[in-house]
Structure formats: structure tokens, C-alpha cells
Design a protein. Structure first.
Lengths: 471, 211
């Protein structure tokens, strides 16, 4: 009654400039009891309410339609789950609603948890339809339709193509290559495989390896090299580097030179003339090993000249080791330029000797190459030569960065024995594919298993892979 | 896991309003969809977009392609083209976001920068200040793109040797530009020596390389 009274006073004041309380109090009192007036007032109230309801609904719909709703992206073949937060996403005014998901996605919606989940079968951009009504809107009201974009990424594994490299190319090389042999009492297996990133673009395998054991002197030489992805003939550069080194030692590890070298090693080891022996040995090593690497560079230069190319086109890294078993243990010398890694690993005694330092830049993929002119300037290569005598070892391993990047991640990790334990366990079958290299089986079997092991999956690491294991 | 950081600096000044910005958005969609089809990109590429008009905004920091979602891009009615400020912002964000190689950390691939404008820098003092700063960051590639008749190549030339010109800034031209960008991004992962530059693929016919 009071509301109606107030309404009438205000209405007449505003529309007719009449102060009814003063001028016609009796008329006002009558009106408050008039059924017609009461009904008309009620109708006004109802209409106002209807207008407000209709307008609010339209505004709520506009709000929801204008919201940029994003769901996290899915990946084909991987479990997916996304939970809507209606308050956060401005959907709290929604009443009745349904989530229509294209069947092809293989996803479904659970209203109880407001979660879309499942395993999307195929990649693509899909549109989900959120059909909704505002609040308690009745059945007669139509649904509003809001599209929500769902991106399903491809499984990266499915995107890699395996395209043949051009066999007609003069520098063509097999996409994969492996070898096994023995060096004295030790076995050697080597596997080298073209990386997925190379296979995807029909490029060649740029990695190379070479190994040889000289029965007469009992010295063994193992070399691995990684041609630069950006250099057009690097596959040949890496091959020349490895082959030059093995050929070089075939010639050098003979006669007087060999006698002198081995004498220096013995003198260093047996301690009596340690300092003197060591001095002689370092000089011999730097000369012997360094010249091998230098010759490899020269041979590449020669090849470049013959093909009117520049040595940069043959850019390659190079790691090689010399090894021989003596009565006091194993003497191992190494030379290393570029990335990748080499080490003497002893699982039993927990010992690790990394045979140099990887060359890395501030950005990924940056390294130094054997083919760079400054490598041999001012005797700088002397620091790249290493020598170590060990009583025993589990494995002598040489790797290109296709292996060290995924397995060691950082340069510092290359010096951590735990990482080598992990690599050894990994090779022995502790991996997602359960591929085991059985080091007790025949070399041929181990070689085949190693090649299979090389297929391991590591996101973002799809470079050529080469690993040599002497065990 | 090594990232290939890709920064896109986009002019959103008043002149870009309307059809042009729609063409850019369309081009970005194509770029992202195309990269998602490239297994290398899907696992390595991280993108950040910085827009510039009167204001400079980083729409999102470096984000991996797998979880990337393109946001709305808006343009004001009119106003200056603060390209210099955008480049300064780029340097600031790059220094924060880039992972450099060290003994304990695997470095990112050398970052790539693509800058697109349909005009010229209004803030010339900032622009001249920013150019040597950007150059000092030893990026893998800097590509300047002058889109449309009013765009001026000469300023972009101060920033980089690789300047492309699009005669028109319509949708099909921009799509072919962004397709070329995606091909260029594909070359960012080749292992290179410490000082060598990345060689970009040849641009399509609509995209003229300014020599």
C-alpha cells in the first residue's frame, strides 16, 4: 500500500506537476482502494520486471558470447583433460547448457566435473559448441551457441618423414652404418645413424666413423666425426677426417717412432723417471696426435681444392682415441675438437675420465670445427690432446652430439659419473623401448642391438647419432 | 631440449586498422598452423609477439608452439608508430627470456626476429638508439618486412640487410610472407659455426628482397 502511495505521488508530480497530497488528499486515499488502479500498478511492476529480465538476459548472453574462452591445446594420441572454471571464465550466469564436441575428436564432457577429457585420435583445429541458456530460462527459449576452438597438435613422431637421400650424389653415404670388431682382449661396436631431421629433408648423414686395430703393435684407433649441418659437403669432411686419422696411425705407429713412444709411456708409468718420462711423452703425444688431426685438416683442404670448394663447406668435428693394453693397464690418448664427447668409464670403481672438453658457444648448435684455421694456430691444439693410463675400464665411449645432447644435456653433465651410469643402464635396457645391448652376446648381436637402440626418442634431439663403444 | 626463440614485432598503428590487421591475423594463423605441421618446429619453436603503435605491448612472452594460442590483436584509430620503443622492449624481453649456453645449461638456438611495418618509425631517436642494441645481440636472423606502398624500406635497412617489401598488404600477400617466415624458421636449427649467418630460403614472388 505504501509503495503504491509513493508511486502515485511521484507519478503525478512528475507527469502532471500536481502535489496530490496537498491538493487532493481524498482522491489519493480513494485511489489506494481502487481495484483498477491497483491492477494497473501491478501490471506496470510486472512489465518492468519483464523488461529487466529480458535485458539482463540479453546482456548476459552478449557477455558470454564476447568472452575469449581458450582451452589448453591437446596432442593427438595423448591423454587430455581440461576443466572449465565457470566463474573465472565469466560463465557463471549460464543455466541450462550442453557441450557439443565433434565426435571425431574422441573427447567427451562430464558436467559433474565440468571437464573435457579423452584421448584425441587425430590432429587438427576443432570447434566445440557451448549451447547455453541464461539462468532459469524456460524450455521455450532457444539455446545460444558459442564456438570454442580446440587445437589438437599432431604427435611429433607422426610428422617426421623418412626421405631417401640422393644416391646419385658423388658424396652419397649410407643412411646408417655399423661395425664391430675386437681390439686385443676388448670388443668394439660402433653404430651411426642419420638423424630424423636429416631424413625429413632427404639430407645425408653427416656423421662418420672409422676404427682400426693393428695386430702387430696391438694399438687400436677409433674416430668419430660430425659434419656441420650448415656446410654442404660436411658428410665428406667427417668421412675424410676419420679415415685420414686411421690411415695416418697405420703408418706412424711403427718402427722407431713407436718404440720411442711406448718407452716414454712406460717411463711415465713406472715412476722412476716419471717427470722426465712425462715431459718426453707430452712432447711426443702432441706431435703424434696433433699431427694426425692436422693431416686430417690438410686432406679436407685438398679435397675442397679439387672440387673448387672452400674448406668451410666440409666443416666437421673430430674425436679420436688411441688405445693399447700394456702389462700395467691401458694407455689411452685422445684428440677432440667440436661437440660430442668421449670418456673412459669404469662402473665398478666409479671412475670417469672425460677425454677433453666440448666446444660450445652461447647458442645451441654453435661449436668449433676441425676445419677452422685457428685450431692449429700457435700450438693451440696442444690442449686438445689428452693422455690417460687406467688399470681397467668398463667402456671407452666416443659419441657425436646426436648422442650427448639427449643423454647428457649439458657440458657439465658429461663430467658426472651418475650420467654415465644412466647411459650404461640405458644401453643395458633401462629405456622406454626396452632395447638392450647385450654386452655378453656376440659382437654382431651387440652391434645390431646398438643400431636399434639408436632409434630412441628424445624431443627436439633429432641430429645424426654416432656412438662407438669399446668394452 | 633446445628452444628456437622467434620474436614477431608487428605494427598495429592506426594505418593497420581494418583489412590490414585482419590480413596479419590471418597470416599469423597460417604461420602457426604451418609450423605445427613441422616436427622440428613443433618441438623447438617458441614464439613471442610484440605489437607497437602508440603503445608497445608484448602480447605473450616466449611460448612453446604446442601450447601457443593466438590472442586478439587490436589497433587504435590513429597515432604514432613507436617502432624504436618496440625494439627496445624486444631487447629487454630477450635479455630476460633467452637461455644462454653454459656448463650447466643448454643454450637456445640463435633467436630470430621478424619485424613488420606499413610505415616508418615515429620515434626516430629511440629507433636509432635501438638499432645497435639489437645488432649487438648476435641474432640468427633479422628480417624486416615493409608491407604496402607507404612502408619505407630505408629505416629497416639500418636494422638488417634482409629487408623484404610487399607491394600490397592484402591477405594473400601476407599469407605468402608468413609461409616464407615459417620456412625461414625451419632453417634456424642447422648446426653452425660460432660466427656464421643463417642462409634464408628464397622468398616467394610476392615478396621482394630489397638489395
Amino acid at each position: 500500500m505504501d509503495q503504491l502511495r509513493g508511486y502515485l505521488i511521484q507519478l503525478l508530480q512528475q507527469k502532471c506537476q500536481v502535489d496530490i497530497v496537498k491538493q487532493h488528499p481524498a482522491v489519493l486515499e480513494d485511489a489506494l482502494n481502487s481495484n483498477d488502479i491497483i491492477a494497473a500498478y501491478q501490471a506496470i511492476q510486472d512489465n518492468q520486471k519483464n523488461i529487466i529480465t529480458a535485458m539482463t538476459e540479453k546482456m548476459d548472453i552478449a557477455d558470454i558470447m564476447g568472452r575469449h574462452i581458450t582451452m589448453s591445446n591437446a596432442t593427438a594420441g595423448k591423454d587430455y583433460s581440461y576443466t572449465f572454471d565457470f566463474v573465472q571464465q565469466g560463465l557463471q550466469r549460464m543455466g541450462t547448457y550442453e557441450m557439443v564436441i565433434p565426435e571425431v575428436t574422441g573427447l567427451s564432457y562430464d558436467p559433474a566435473t565440468r571437464t573435457v577429457s579423452g584421448k584425441p585420435a587425430q590432429q587438427g583445429e576443432f570447434r566445440l559448441h557451448l549451447r547455453f541458456k541464461i539462468g532459469d530460462a524456460g524450455e521455450e527459449k532457444p539455446f545460444n551457441d558459442k564456438e570454442i576452438l580446440l587445437i589438437v597438435n599432431a604427435d611429433p613422431k607422426s610428422l617426421w618423414k623418412n626421405l631417401d637421400s640422393d644416391k646419385a650424389d658423388p658424396y652419397w653415404k649410407e643412411d646408417e652404418q655399423s661395425a664391430s670388431s675386437h681390439m686385443g682382449s676388448r670388443k668394439l661396436i660402433i653404430a651411426s645413424k642419420r638423424g630424423r631431421s636429416h631424413a625429413h629433408e632427404a639430407r645425408f648423414r653427416d656423421d662418420a666413423f672409422s676404427a682400426v686395430f693393428f695386430e702387430e703393435s696391438q694399438w687400436g684407433v677409433i674416430a668419430v666425426a660430425d659434419g656441420a649441418g650448415s656446410a654442404k659437403y660436411s658428410r665428406k669432411g667427417s668421412q675424410i677426417a676419420c679415415e685420414t686419422v686411421t690411415a695416418y696411425f697405420r703408418e706412424k705407429l711403427t718402427g722407431e717412432k713407436l718404440t720411442e713412444f711406448e718407452a716414454a709411456i712406460r717411463d711415465t708409468v713406472n715412476g722412476e723417471s716419471y717427470a722426465e718420462g712425462q715431459k718426453r711423452l707430452s712432447a711426443l703425444l702432441v706431435d703424434l696426435v696433433g699431427n694426425g688431426a692436422f693431416l686430417a685438416q690438410a686432406k679436407i683442404k685438398e679435397e675442397a681444392d679439387q672440387h673448387s670448394a672452400v674448406i668451410k663447406d666440409y666443416a666437421t668435428t673430430l674425436i679420436f682415441t688411441l688405445i693399447k693394453q700394456f702389462d700395467f693397464g691401458y694407455a689411452i690418448a685422445a684428440f677432440w675438437v667440436g661437440d660430442g664427447g668421449a670418456g673412459i668409464y669404469n662402473k665398478t670403481t666409479n671412475d670417469l675420465t672425460v677425454l677433453g672438453e666440448p666446444d660450445s658457444g652461447e647458442f645451441a648448435g654453435q661449436t668449433r670445427f676441425l676445419t677452422m684455421s685457428d685450431i692449429f694456430k700457435d700450438g693451440a691444439y696442444a690442449t686438445r690432446v689428452r693422455f690417460k693410463v687406467v688399470k681397467d675400464f668398463t667402456a671407452l665411449v666416443l659419441m657425436t652430439d646426436g648422442i650427448t645432447d639427449p643423454k647428457f644435456q649439458t657440458d657439465a653433465n658429461l663430467g658426472r659419473i651418475e650420467k654415465w651410469h644412466e647411459l650404461w643402464e640405458d644401453l643395458n635396457g633401462t629405456n622406454a623401448d626396452q632395447v638392450k645391448v647385450d654386452f655378453t652376446a656376440s659382437e654382431a648381436e651387440a652391434e645390431a642391438a646398438l643400431m636399434q637402440w639408436m632409434d630412441f626418442w628424445s624431443p627436439g634431439n633429432h641430429d645424426d647419432r654416432t656412438i662407438a663403444i669399446l668394452y | 631440449m633446445r628452444r628456437l626463440p622467434v620474436y614477431l614485432l608487428l605494427d598495429t598503428s592506426g594505418s593497420m586498422r581494418g583489412e590490414r590487421i585482419e590480413a596479419v591475423k590471418n597470416g599469423l594463423q597460417v604461420l602457426v598452423s604451418k609450423l605445427r605441421q613441422d616436427p622440428f618446429a613443433l618441438e623447438s619453436v617458441w614464439i613471442s609477439i610484440i605489437t607497437f603503435d602508440r603503445e608497445v605491448k608484448q602480447l605473450f612472452p616466449l611460448t612453446d608452439l604446442e601450447s601457443l594460442q593466438l590472442p586478439e590483436i587490436t589497433t587504435p584509430e590513429s597515432g604514432p608508430t613507436n617502432m624504436g620503443a618496440a625494439l627496445l622492449k624486444f631487447c629487454e624481453q630477450l635479455d630476460k627470456e633467452l637461455l644462454k649456453g653454459s656448463a650447466e645449461q643448454k643454450g637456445d638456438w640463435r633467436p630470430l626476429l621478424f619485424l613488420m611495418t606499413d610505415g616508418k618509425p615515429s620515434d626516430l631517436a629511440d629507433f636509432r638508439k635501438a638499432v645497435p642494441m639489437v645488432k649487438a645481440r648476435n641474432l640468427g636472423t633479422i628480417v624486416g618486412c615493409a608491407a604496402g606502398a607507404e612502408a619505407q624500406d630505408s629505416y629497416l635497412k639500418e636494422l638488417t640487410d634482409t629487408v623484404v617489401h610487399l607491394d600490397t598488404a592484402d591477405s594473400s600477400t601476407l599469407v605468402s610472407f608468413f609461409k616464407w617466415v615459417s620456412d625461414s624458421i625451419g632453417t634456424g636449427n642447422k648446426s653452425v659455426g660460432t660466427s656464421e649467418d643463417i642462409v634464408l630460403p628464397a622468398p616467394p614472388a610476392e615478396v621482394h628482397l630489397i638489395v
